[in-house]
Design a protein around this ligand. Structure first.
Ligand SMILES: [Zn+2]
Length: 485
């Protein structure tokens, strides 16, 4: 069997679209499942779209998610160069050969000729299809005009039987030649169009499986005609369903939808993002949802790629991100959170303990500042917060809880661990004849001033330290004593 070779061929646009990253992942999986090669090729022939530094974004993203390629611009192999703009002379040579073989021709038409035909079609109420007058030029005429006129190389598609091709996801697809337009292959500046370059490059690089979005399904017959003209073997096609933001709209950076970089800066973990997008359009045989890249490589199969559009569900990604955060070791989680603490916690305290309480609750890293803001400052809060129907806390019991907690705090000298606080506080409710909730709810409320916080009445006083805990408890007592329930 021929070696499986796939390629990821992004344009350097300055961001990594989620749909593109999913294409890269599936290309990687198709290759690695059969011990094949995964190749990175930069498609930079559209010089108008180039964005400075954007090739680095492609390298960094693939590196961050662990999609390591076997060949690429910065990883030379036997099929380079891997940047299209460095392959220009080659396209000219192949264009000449294709003209020779009858698969393309020289065209001198400028936009006015094309527009005139478009207008005429519109007037007549028929669908527009460009009829190239240059089909009928003689060899001599072409040579003479080439000396003084700009020209393009245009694909030649003669009328004939409809073309059929097979796609691994969408099945056999038949297309009437009549609807195939003769596209430009080489522009007047000598640059190839995507339509030409991708065919030449895929052949040259011995790409065995072409994986791409299904928006290319309709162009595939045209590419196949080029393969046929050259007499080349066609690759296996795997077209992917689109990633949608809702039932009507495709996920798109232009519509303000998040790119991979946006998600990372919002606090999503790269492996969680990769795991989530694996499930956008592919379904495993089991109910397993959390996968390492290695597990994905084993479980993946082209047969289980769906034809239907996949909807990007940010809530599901959030859930998955939380799963990844909780699966981390405490040390790893702590190291991941530290950069977020820098700006949001100025108080000198046991940050590792902060990580410990956060790990149970956190779903995305960017929630950290809001979740820990009470550590630095006790915001003013409503005394009603003490009165919790489920905890059965009223004014009297809240005052009792705080007074008793103060007595306990005073007895602790070193304030060195949660255990110490736990030991001493935990005897109190039984001694007072009240429920745990009636004791701990007021304590936690007094030290945080918030309805919801990570951690409870044992961890938070420990994190705040003795002095601050007592100060906040006194503020709470004051509020309670002035309040009439
Ligand atoms: Zn023409």
């Amino acid at each position: 069997m021929k070696k499986v070779r796939t390629r990821f061929a992004p344009s350097p646009t300055g961001y990594m679209h989620i749909g593109n990253l999913r294409t890269a992942l599936y290309e990687y999986l198709v290759a690695k499942k059969d011990d094949g090669d995964f190749i990175l090729r930069i498609e930079d022939t559209d010089q108008n779209r180039l964005v400075e530094g954007s090739v680095d974004i492609i390298y960094n993203t693939l590196n961050q998610v662990g999609l390591h390629y076997d060949e690429g611009p910065d990883k030379p192999g036997n099929f380079g160069p891997y940047v299209q703009s460095e392959r220009l002379p080659m396209y000219k040579k192949y264009a000449d050969e294709l003209i020779e073989k009858g698969g393309a021709h020289i065209c001198f038409c400028d936009e006015t000729v094309i527009q005139a035909q478009r207008d005429a079609a519109e007037k007549a109420g028929v669908p527009f299809k460009f009829q190239d007058p240059c089909h009928h030029l003689s060899k001599e005429e072409i040579e003479t005009r080439k000396a003084s006129e700009a020209y393009v190389v245009r694909q030649t598609i003669l009328p004939g039987a409809s073309t059929v091709f097979h796609d691994e996801v969408y099945g056999d697809i038949e297309v009437d030649r009549e609807i195939l337009d003769e596209q430009v292959l080489l522009k007047s500046d000598g640059f190839p169009t995507y339509n030409f370059a991708n065919v030449i490059d895929d052949h040259q690089m011995e790409i065995s499986h072409v994986v791409r979005g299904n928006e290319y399904l309709s162009s595939t017959p045209k590419y196949n005609l080029i393969y046929d003209s050259f007499g080349w073997e066609k690759p296996t096609y795997i077209h992917l369903p689109p990633v949608m933001k809702d039932e009507q709209h495709k996920l798109s950076k232009r519509n303000g939808d998040a790119s991979f970089q946006d998600l990372v800066s919002k606090g999503y973990l790269a492996p969680a993002i990769l795991n989530y997008i694996a499930l956008l359009g592919w379904s495993p045989e089991t109910n397993q949802e959390i996968y390492t890249l290695e597990e994905l490589t084993k479980a993946f199969s082209v047969k289980r790629i769906s034809k239907s559009p996949a909807i990007f569900d940010i809530e599901k990604l959030k859930w998955m991100n939380g799963m990844y955060l909780r699966a981390m070791s405490l040390d790893e989680f702590h190291a991941t959170c530290l950069p977020y603490y820098k700006d949001s916690i100025k108080r000198v305290c046991d940050l590792k303990e902060v990580s410990k309480i956060l790990q149970q609750r956190l779903t995305i890293l960017s929630e950290i500042p809001e979740m820990v803001d009470f550590i630095d400052t006790l915001a003013d809060y409503d005394v009603q917060m003490y009165y919790h129907p489920k905890m059965k806390t009223d004014n009297a019991v809240s005052i009792l809880a705080l007074e008793e907690s103060l007595k306990v705090y005073e007895t602790i000298q070193n304030w060195e661990s949660v255990d110490e606080l736990h030991q001493k506080l935990s005897e109190t409710p039984a001694r007072l004849g009240i429920k745990n909730g009636q004791f701990y709810w007021p304590i936690r409320t007094a030290v945080t001033g918030k309805q919801f916080t990570p951690g409870g009445a044992l961890e938070i006083p420990y994190i705040l330290g003795k002095e601050e805990t007592i100060r906040r408890t006194l503020i709470g007592l004051d509020k309670l004593r002035q309040s009439v329930q």
